[in-house]
Design a protein around this ligand. Structure first.
Ligand code: UT7
Length: 384
């Protein structure tokens, strides 16, 4: 039987830092509120397209694995903020890497896109469809953030990371996983303005409104990640006390603490990045995994738990067995181009571009396919 070992890892964080104090220059908010309610102090704002961040993270992951780009059979690009819908973004990474022998596909399950991608690519490696795969989690949320809505704009940041999966005869990689979705709550997190329903409605790029029921998402996230973890552990017959490290989705410190408590994992076994990067959606778990390795928190042979949730509301949990190697084989020289502007300058430029019209004038309340119940039926009933 083949397994899908994680043999390479790399991250790419844009350098510009947006602090809580920066947010308080244009929002009715405070460092104290954001820190106590979310655990966040700062997040990153990208000066480049998402594919650029993904390509740098991928080049670093390949060098870490000691694998040539031509040896890749598959690229999975996990994201809900692709630079374009067509062509897909994985193909853009393929071009950048020169990975001419790889298939290339995008996966969007919002914040769980990397973890769902890990499942898809892992299954293909285990079944022999491919031998070497790259799985990316990347997000460029800042251009379509509704910056003047304090309920959401303090929570998110940009970033990217990637891992290399390679076929292995040793029992490594994902040993057990569970994927689920609370589709009855899909209306709790919706970005109006993105997608074909808004095409030719007078909606401009980045002109968005966020529907966001933070408290309901919070409740579902805790319940969903706890349940998914129980099922993932049961599937591979691993007990909670065998978990060496938990690397969860980092949307809110209080959510992480609750999930750890339900799962029975002490907080000193939980790796946190939420304070420095906020919620980078699909990039959050892989960035945290890379930083856990860099910090020496992943020991050879470690068993790692990775619970996640996101829009949909998708939930999942993965149990991963690490190999002997916890240091990179090689390093890539890939870097982002230099950045001239501060994060606050970039955010204020996005805010200035946002169109100052009512939601209905902007076409955001009247999507083309509303009658199908997909957008205004709030996701309930058969139309969902
Ligand atoms: O990956 C999926 C992404 N989604 C999430 O992760 C969301 C999960 N939910 C959460 O993390 C939390 O629900 C939030 C952090 C979003 C909100 O925390 P909360 O403790 O549930 O606060 P709340 O929504 O109950 O709001 C409490 C108060 C409200 O004021 P009133 O009505 O009590 O006067 C809000 O208007 O805090 C106010 N508030 C803020 N105040 C200062 C909301 N956002 C802010 C803000 N700064 N940024």
């Amino acid at each position: 039987m083949a397994y899908a070992a994680i043999t390479g890892w790399g991250k790419c964080l844009p350098p510009a830092v947006l602090t809580n104090a920066d947010l308080a220059t244009f929002l009715d908010t405070s460092d104290d509120w954001i820190r106590t309610r979310t655990g966040m102090r700062e997040r990153r704002i990208s000066h480049v397209p998402a594919i650029d961040m993904a390509a740098v993270a991928s080049a670093r992951a390949l060098a870490c694995a000691g694998l040539g780009a031509q040896e890749l059979d598959l690229i999975v690009y996990g994201s809900c903020s692709s630079d374009e819908q067509v062509p897909n973004s994985a193909s853009g990474v393929q071009v950048r890497l020169g990975a001419h022998n790889a298939g290339a596909m995008d996966i969007n399950t919002a914040c769980t896109s990397f973890l769902y991608g890990l499942s898809a690519a892992g299954a293909m490696v285990r079944s022999g469809v491919v031998r070497n795969a790259l799985v990316i989690g990347v997000e460029l949320i800042s251009p379509y953030m509704d910056w003047d809505n304090r309920n959401v704009s303090v929570l998110f940041g940009d970033g990217a990371a990637a891992v290399v999966l390679q076929s292995s005869e040793s029992e490594l990689g994902v040993l057990g996983e569970h994927l689920g979705c609370f589709a009855d709550a899909r209306q709790t997190l919706r970005v109006r303005g993105m997608g074909c329903s808004y095409a030719n409605q007078g909606v401009q790029y980045g002109d968005t409104l966020w529907d966001f029921d933070g408290q309901e998402i919070f409740r579902r996230a805790v319940k969903g990640m706890a349940q998914a973890t129980e099922k993932a552990l049961a599937r591979c017959g691993i007990a909670t006390d065998q978990i060496d490290l938990m690397v969860p989705h980092q949307a809110n410190l209080r959510i992480i603490e609750s999930v750890a408590k339900y799962a029975g994992v002490p907080m000193d076994k939980v790796f946190l990045t939420v304070e420095r990067y906020g919620n980078m959606s699909a990039a959050t778990v892989p960035v945290a995994l890379v930083e856990a390795l860099e910090a020496g928190r992943v020991k050879p042979g470690a068993t790692i738990l990775m619970p996640g949730f996101g829009g949909g509301l998708t939930v999942c949990s993965h149990v991963v067995r690490w190999g002997d190697r916890v240091t990179p084989i090689g390093h890539s020289a890939a870097e982002l181009p230099p950045n001239e502007r501060t994060a606050l300058e970039m955010v204020n430029a996005i805010r200035a571009q946002r169109v100052n019209r009512s939601a209905s004038e902007r076409g955001l309340m009247a999507p083309r396919f509303a009658e199908a119940g997909l957008l205004q039926g709030l996701g309930t009933g058969s139309g969902a």
